[in-house]
Design a protein around this ligand. Structure first.
Ligand SMILES: [Zn+2]
Length: 388
């Protein structure tokens, strides 16, 4: 048995929102938590200090990328991800499956050549490396071994990720494989007597209610440390389906009192909806990827604009105001919209950094606000204040 401690400290009395702490050997993750994505062992363009300054406790590293660049052995030789990145806080890794499956026949990243080179079987997925063209195999054992060697605090079980739209038969096959692989992943951790690295099981079943329920019930009965909901926000499924999946699965997951992660969710409105239904953590590239494209998160931009504006627009040329009024982040404390506008238009490297620093701070502060509201039973009021 592992040592994961998840203390739910506050429960909102008007929703299923809850606030607490996940304790890992690298420190505490305050929940609900936003988890930025550090794909290649870096949250693009920022330092560990800047992540901490944004009030963020944990970030995701993609195992798929680590397998090839720099290679799991290199990270291990450097003392694991924490030492390698000089990040002393908690780290989450995914199974590597998402990127591999996204190259498959139904994945968003397939092209004609790659499609023919991806083979999914009951033991895992064979694919062609995007870096050196070599044939690679990833299954539950390979994935967990890699994540353990990377030294992550929270690992994801290897699952078959699906993409919308999908026919029912394929969703069933993927779910059944995911369930078999879940047991293999768990058994490996038990066999290796791992106690300080925690494993989350992933619920699959695509957009089919009965499959999602079956998967949630199955996962809730296994001895995972936490649970995650996968394959929802990764393709073009209708928005209402995304949250229907939560309504179908959470009645099985919440009673376990284990931390629940929603994979790939990161729009502001979606964070409020998910947290209100009981989600404890979510990850997304939203603040970082959009930041590098010139999008600055700002509550004043409003729900209609998804709380962001495009700093590259010509109206910001010569605008002496800070990027966001009353924001105390490093970027807003020191630079103007005009300067950011200039940096982006000149494709200066500093533009990416400054926008990312602000956007991460925005998400970190939002989660702080949410946690505080839950602890004072005013999460509903906070939600209405943002989403009205
Ligand atoms: Zn700011």
């Amino acid at each position: 048995m592992s040592n994961l401690k998840f203390n739910i400290k506050f429960r909102d009395n008007k929703s299923s929102a809850r606030a607490g702490e996940i304790h890992t050997s690298h420190g505490v993750i305050r929940t609900p938590a936003f988890v930025p994505v550090g794909t290649g062992a870096v949250v693009k363009s920022v330092t560990p200090e800047e992540i901490r300054a944004a009030n963020l406790d944990v970030f995701f590293v993609n195992t798929y990328h680590m397998l090839f660049r720099p290679g799991v052995a290199t990270v291990k030789k450097s003392g694991g991800l924490h030492k390698f990145m000089n990040w002393s806080g908690p780290v989450m890794t995914d199974s590597g499956g998402f990127q591999a499956f996204s190259l498959s026949e139904h994945g968003p990243r397939q092209n004609r050549i790659e499609k023919t080179l991806v083979k999914i079987s009951d033991s895992g997925i064979t694919f062609k490396s995007a870096w050196d063209g070599s044939r690679q195999f990833l299954g539950p054992v390979e994935s967990i071994r890699a994540q353990l060697e990377l030294g992550a605090d929270i690992l994801m079980a290897f699952d078959e990720c699906t993409f919308y739209p999908i026919i029912r038969e394929k969703a069933i096959t993927a779910m059944e494989r995911t369930h078999r692989w879940a047991r293999i992943c768990l058994d490996l951790l038990i066999k290796k007597r791992v106690t300080e690295q925690f494993l989350y099981g992933i619920v699959q079943g695509s957009v089919f209610k009965d499959l999602r329920q079956e998967s949630a019930e199955f996962m809730s009965h296994l001895s995972f440390d936490g649970l995650a909901i996968g394959s929802v926000a990764n393709s073009r499924e209708p928005r209402e389906k995304v949250f229907a999946v939560l309504d179908w699965t959470l009645p099985y997951l919440l009673p376990t009192e284990k931390p629940i992660h929603f994979l790939g969710i990161g729009e502001i409105e979606d964070i409020f909806i998910s947290v209100g239904k009981g989600i404890d953590s979510l990850d997304c590239v939203t603040p970082t990827r959009l930041g590098r494209m010139g999008w600055i998160f700002d509550k004043n931009a409003g729900l209609k604009n998804k709380f962001r504006y495009d700093i590259i627009k010509s109206i910001y040329t010569g605008d002496k105001r800070p990027p966001v009024k009353n924001c105390s982040c490093y970027t807003c404390s020191n630079f103007s919209r005009s300067y950011l506008n200039h940096l982006f238009r000149s494709r200066e490297l500093l533009s990416y950094r400054l926008a990312t620093i602000h956007n991460l701070f925005f998400f970190g502060s939002l989660m702080n606000e949410i946690r505080e509201a839950i602890s004072e039973n005013r999460f509903k009021r906070l939600t209405e204040n943002w989403l009205r």
